[in-house]
Design a protein around this ligand. Structure first.
Ligand code: HEM
Length: 508
């Protein structure tokens, strides 16, 4: 009754209320469009007044393609939000990521912090604090260095052997539907198991059990499906996952907020500490293969270069940043090898010739060592081209312009603006990779002149660039070169059967 009375009293003044709402909206739109200093940059109208436009672009499931189309339509700089610009030219890549403007990561990354017992866990990937990042990266970089790469080979070999054994047991030499392996799913199991083995000397068990054990893959995929769209409007995170009431309930043990893979990592660290006891404070130098956890624990307990929390955070970064990315990349490699006419035959030809030339030491299990894989130029070209044409990261790698502003590719950009380049845009630049960029053509990496090749390598953005460039790049190359060569050596007749290609969706 009271509400009806109130509405009746408002009737005479509704034109005034409506005018106020319209005036406020006009002010809001004008402010966001012009006062941010980005009015001169072209882009979709709705993007210039609200970030939710970008959120919907991500939800539509093909933001990487849409961003490329926007650049084709509007040019090298596109306004993707009231305070967000996307750049497409190579000079911008240098200006944004080379470190000359000391730009920090945007809040897009904060959305990807883990949660354990109601507390957020920042990782080397998700932190937006440049000093914290520097400390973490310095403490961890030894473990990921090219010089330690070979020490990780036994971990990759053992997971690869399990993958081969499972394929053999389940599908090899079987006819009809019994002989069809959903390689896409199994490559995902492989990538997740190998990162578990590299990090904790413990596979998560996907390959052996043939399913998503403990729902870990689902949890990580859900995390990415959440982070992609929510990262466009990061404050939404504080209403949803990082809702203070929810976090408090998590701290008090009233609600389980710990993410599945975070719990898995925490359990591995606990077990390792129990197992090592007092030996945890001793340096390990007996030449045994050492996983990442062992190296991080040594950095903490022996070298004091990272904190205990950082041990947890670094192992989490491996799982979060290193599993799905490698799975996507392995899938795109196999997809192109089997789909593009002539590619499979050429690659097999290279492997057979190498075998005939006694280039491979292992004739029994047919695993391939890192050093052997490095002597296969066509394999190298196929992997590079697959990663160029289908980079695992589909959105801009966002950075924040420092308060005094910055000149990016000749354009002055005011402080506080979020700027970035997408690997899906830069990897398709004709002036870098050639006129036939839409075509999968590994030969471009073989035929290029020295100058062309160095330009292609310089702007190849699949692993990012600068101080935040992928720390696990060498590890992922180790996995990919070895497993692709080993699968092809072991199973000589592979036929591609495509499923629902249209069901493919990208949210990150
Ligand atoms: C083919 C596989 C992979 C791809 C395509 C990939 C791609 C990327 C990209 C593009 C970035 C930079 C993101 C940015 O600047 O916004 C990045 C960072 C990172 N990656 Fe990878 N990655 C892969 C595999 C791995 C693996 C195997 C690991 C761990 C073992 C890993 C760990 C990380 C970490 C920790 C960062 C953050 C580095 C920092 O900010 O300092 N990645 N990755």
């Amino acid at each position: 009754m009271a509400l009806v009375n109130l509405l009746q009293q408002l009737v005479p003044i509704w034109p005034m209320i409506l005018s106020l709402v319209i005036a406020a909206s006009i002010f809001h739109v004008t402010y966001r469009k012009i006062a941010t200093g980005l009015a001169k940059y072209p882009g979709p109208f709705w993007a210039s007044i609200t970030d939710t436009w970008r959120l919907f672009m991500v939800l539509r499931g093909r933001p990487q393609e849409e961003q490329r189309e926007l650049h084709t339509h509007y040019g090298d700089v596109v306004r993707l939000g009231p305070r967000t610009l996307s750049f497409a030219n190579p000079q911008a890549v240098m200006d944004i990521y080379s470190g000359k403007h000391r730009m920090r990561k945007s809040e897009f990354y904060s959305v990807q912090r883990g949660i354990r017992a109601g507390r957020s866990i920042s990782t080397i990937f998700s932190t937006t604090d440049e000093d914290a990042h520097k400390r973490l990266r310095r403490g961890a970089s030894n473990a990921y260095a090219l010089t330690t790469l070979l020490q990780f080979e036994p971990f990759v070999d053992s997971t690869t052997s399990v993958l081969l054994a499972e394929i053999r047991k389940r599908w090899a030499d079987k006819s009809g539907a019994d002989g069809i392996c959903d390689i896409s799913t199994w490559l995902q199991y492989y990538a997740f198991d190998v990162i578990g083995e590299l990090t904790f000397s413990k596979r998560m068990g996907f390959l052996e059990q043939g399913h998503d054990v403990g729902g870990i893959i689902e949890a990580i995929d859900k995390g990415l499906d959440y982070a992609g769209p929510v990262g466009q409007v990061p404050w939404i995170d504080y209403l949803l996952r990082r809702n203070p009431i929810k976090l408090l309930a998590g701290r008090w043990g009233l609600l389980s907020t710990t993410l599945t893979h975070v719990a898995f990592g925490a359990e591995q660290i606990r077990q390792r500490k129990d197992q090592l006891g007092d030996k945890i404070k001793e340096s390990v130098a007996d030449g045994r293969p050492r996983d990442f956890l062992s190296r991080f624990l040594e950095s903490h307990y022996v070298d004091n270069s990272i904190s205990e929390d950082q041990v947890m955070s670094l192992t989490q970064a491996n799982i979060n940043a290193g599993s799905d990315t490698t799975a996507i990349s392995l899938r795109t490699i196999f997809y192109h090898v089997l789909k593009v006419p002539g590619c499979y035959e050429k690659l097999m030809g290279e492997l057979v010739a190498a075998e005939a030339n006694n280039q491979f030491a292992d004739l029994e299990t047919r695993l391939v060592s890192w050093n052997e894989a490095q002597k296969l130029p066509y394999l190298d070209a196929v992997i590079k081209e697959s990663l160029r044409i289908f980079p695992a990261v589909g959105l801009s790698m966002e950075r924040v312009v420092p308060p005094k502003g910055a000149v990016i590719a000749g354009n002055f950009v005011p402080g506080g603006t979020i700027v970035g380049c997408s690997p899906w845009v830069i990897n398709y630049r004709k002036d870098v990779f050639g006129d036939d960029v839409d075509q999968f053509r590994p030969e471009r990496w073989v035929e290029a002149t020295t100058d062309e090749l160095s330009r292609m390598k310089k702007y190849f953005l699949t692993f990012g660039m600068g101080s935040h460039t992928c720390i696990g790049k060498n590890i992922s190359y180790l996995e990919m070169y070895k497993v692709v060569a080993a699968v092809l050596r072991n199973f000589t007749t592979l036929i591609l059967q495509l499923g629902e290609e249209s069901a493919f969706k990208y949210t990150y």
